[in-house]
Design a protein around this ligand. Structure first.
Ligand code: ATP
Ligand code: MG
Length: 233
């Protein structure tokens, strides 16, 4: 019998990462020294109460924001050594982002929303459309290609958003509370879809959640509280 070899290459490393926001003359310490390693192919939930620093952590992971102290490396590249342009290029190539409220463009249909992520990279239109159609079929929306967001359910909109994040073939998808706007059953369906895509495409998924049902059905959980990583299993 052949055995599947699962490699665990280090993808992202946080070393002593902190983030302090300046709010008027007040300082808010949102993260207080986070050490965290994410391996390629990981499927990780970030859990913690409101205000604990989950979105701050995900924004740093998505290279949307920069840490106040500490080091973030992606594939052994120290992110602080990249220029803003290089960082944007790195983000466009390696990272897919999914938002709680989908952030779809209302005047575009599902196919156009997904294709748009490729069009902005200057890829020929017919390639964008065929790749968008393929990934929408993979997330179960082959029959809804020409529905605009207003004519899709919440779960379907989140499927479009996941397809849009994946169509560029990123190594990691980062999602801030991707199921928070959904009812519990639909939230579990989105979790199952992300698990399936993690398994079939080996895409790394990192997402935050408040939902205990979701936390209980994910193997790798990172718990943060008051800006500190208090537990991971
Ligand atoms: N732009 C900002 N300016 C000032 N303070 C901020 C900013 N963003 C977040 N904070 C503060 O940083 C802390 C962590 O916030 P963050 O949004 O990361 O928490 P969270 O865990 O995502 O919360 P929630 O579950 O409610 O989304 C909070 O005290 C918050 O008020
Ligand atoms: Mg948040």
């Amino acid at each position: 019998m052949t055995q599947e070899v699962i490699s665990t290459t280090k993808l992202i490393d946080f070393e002593g990462v902190s983030k302090t926001y300046q709010l008027g003359n007040q300082k808010v310490q949102a993260l207080k020294g986070i050490d965290l390693t994410i391996n390629s192919g990981d499927f990780m939930a970030i859990a913690g109460p409101s205000g604990s620093g989950k979105s701050t952590l995900l924004n740093l992971l998505a290279l949307i924001d920069t840490p106040t102290n500490g080091q973030i490396t992606y594939n052994d590249i120290d992110i602080s050594t990249l220029s803003d342009n290089q960082k944007t290029m790195y983000r466009n190539k390696e990272i897919g982002i999914v938002f709680q409220n989908y952030n779809l463009i209302p005047v575009l249909d599902a196919l156009e929303n997904v294709a748009f992520a490729l069009q902005v990279q200057g890829i020929p239109n017919h390639v964008c459309l065929s790749r968008a159609e393929k990934i929408l079929k993979e997330v179960g929306l082959g029959t809804h290609l020409h529905h605009r967001p207003a004519n899709l359910s919440g779960g379907q909109k989140q499927r479009v958003a996941i397809a849009r994040a994946l169509v560029t073939n990123p190594s990691v998808v980062i999602a801030d509370e991707p199921t928070a706007a959904l009812d519990s059953k639909t939230g579990m369906e989105i979790l199952d879809l992300m698990k399936e895509l993690n398994y079939t495409k080996h895409t790394t998924f990192i997402f935050s959640t408040h939902d205990n049902r979701i936390i209980n059905s994910v193997q790798h959980v990172v718990q943060i509280e008051d800006g500190l990583l208090i537990n991971q299993y």
